[in-house]
Design a protein around this ligand. Structure first.
Ligand SMILES: [Fe+2]
Length: 441
């Protein structure tokens, strides 16, 4: 390695990246021509362990991405009730992560980017109505290492950003970090806001990368797990999928966090109409997971709230996620590995596929599957509205739905009882119940 290359390696890997920066990896030989991207979420004081970044450092990814809850800047006053902190308290919590010994050691040597979710936004399940969002944005960007005077700092309504990562120009990877808080509108269900939608449209339209890692704090695909987990609304999800389809993009992969366990999901039908399945790798819980609060959490999730999108079982140990890309002779032979790593950095779940399996091919959509998914999503959202948001309109909608179902089903139930009456065990009683009994007198 000559001196100039050594200098560039030091500069690129030792400093925070520029906004929308190009992160060119310069040491492909040392890394066996492998791109390593790592991400994680949910780093909080409530955790029993907080040296997990020692393992991330040993793994030594080319890029680390926070996918939400860099810290818990709001305050929990009861098991499920959170209140916003003062700016001073929020800053103290940001310092908790920033000054963590292991994180400091990791951050000094690696490129770190990130986007927030609700707790580092400062408001549990927060949305565009959070009044401290502009101040919190500056705090988040300070702590994530965003340079001063960038477009992200000055001109964006939120903290969304994208980064290009490439292996000496052979295989382009773009990391897109979506802000699902700053302009999220609970009334319309819009998760991103028009400004961010337009930006995303531009990024997908103007770039020609091979693999697109689209990260969101909350889950996008698995809408049928636990009803009280936050996830994208059906309208925003449909809009994201149609944006992907409009740009005929290959190699889209989703990343998410938030739920305090890790799991790989996949769309088994083709909701985006792009001819290949969408995968979503969720990693959540670097210092605490659902098992911290609920014993046997993964067993509970597996048996009582399984998701039809699940590829792997939920992993409820402390974890971070990794995506490894091995460029092949031909692009379609390149191998992509989705991995979940535990507190020690050991791979506990791995799923491997070739790039060829993520290549765009517009095919007719599975209409019936789409219908089922849409119906499921609608009912799920309604239950969410009632249980989570305590929404009055939700209550009346659900009542209306039950009432409509009763009216629609009433004739069928009546016929079923009649059939039962004519041939089964208690014809006399059933005829009485239907009022069809005639007295013999
Ligand atoms: Fe969290």
């Amino acid at each position: 390695m000559n001196l100039a290359l050594l200098f560039l390696v030091f500069v690129v890997r030792g400093l925070p990246p520029p906004p929308n920066g190009r992160i060119v990896l310069l040491d492909p030989i040392a890394e066996s021509r492998r791109i390593k991207i790592a991400f994680g979420s949910c780093f909080g004081r409530s955790g029993r362990e907080n040296d997990i970044f020692d393992s991330v450092l040993r793994y030594s990814p080319h890029l680390w991405a926070w996918i939400g809850d860099f810290t818990y800047a709001d305050r929990r006053i009861l098991p499920t009730i959170w209140v916003a902190s003062s700016m001073r308290e929020a800053e103290a919590m940001y310092n908790f992560t920033k000054q963590n010994r292991a994180y400091r050691g990791f951050e000094a040597k690696h490129t770190v980017v990130g986007v927030w979710d609700d707790h580092d936004y400062g408001c549990n399940n927060g949305d565009k109505r959070f009044e401290k969002k502009a101040e919190m944005k500056q705090m988040f960007l300070d702590y994530i290492g965003e340079p001063m005077g960038t477009e992200r700092r000055l001109n964006r309504s939120g903290v969304y950003a994208d980064y290009e990562v490439s292996l000496a120009g052979e295989l382009g990877v773009r990391m897109i970090l979506l802000d699902v808080r700053y302009n999220s509108d609970p009334d319309s269900g819009d998760v991103l806001g028009e400004e961010q939608w337009a930006w995303l449209d531009r990024v997908l339209g103007e770039t020609k990368d091979d693999l697109y890692l689209i990260a969101s704090g909350i889950q996008i695909l698995p809408v049928d797990g636990m009803p009280f987990f936050e996830h994208w609304s059906s309208s925003s999800r449909a809009r994201l999928l149609s944006t992907i389809r409009r740009h005929s993009k290959s190699g889209i992969v989703l990343l998410s966090g938030d739920v305090h366990f890790a799991q790989l999901y996949r769309s088994f039908d083709d909701p985006a109409g792009i001819g290949y399945p969408l995968y979503e790798l969720c990693s959540s819980g670097m210092t605490h997971t659902c098992a911290t609060d609920v014993p046997f959490c993964s067993t509970f999730l597996r048996h009582l709230a399984p998701s039809s999108y699940a590829v792997t079982q939920p992993f409820d140990g402390l974890n971070f996620g990794t995506v490894e890309i091995y460029p092949g002779e031909r692009k379609s032979d390149s191998v992509i590995k989705f991995q979940v790593r535990n507190y020690d950095g050991k791979v506990v779940q791995e799923y491997e596929l070739t790039y060829g399996e993520l290549e765009f091919a517009q095919k007719p959509q599975a209409t019936m599957m789409m219908f089922n998914r849409t119906t499921l999503h609608f009912v799920h959202n309604l239950i969410d509205k009632v249980i989570v948001q305590r929404d009055t309109v939700g209550y009346f909608s659900l009542l209306g739905l039950v009432f409509a179902a009763a009216i629609i089903l009433a004739p069928a139930v009546h016929v079923a009882i009649k059939v039962f009456a004519s041939c089964c065990l208690f014809p006399r009683v059933t005829r009485l119940a239907l009022g069809t009994h005639r007295s013999s007198a």
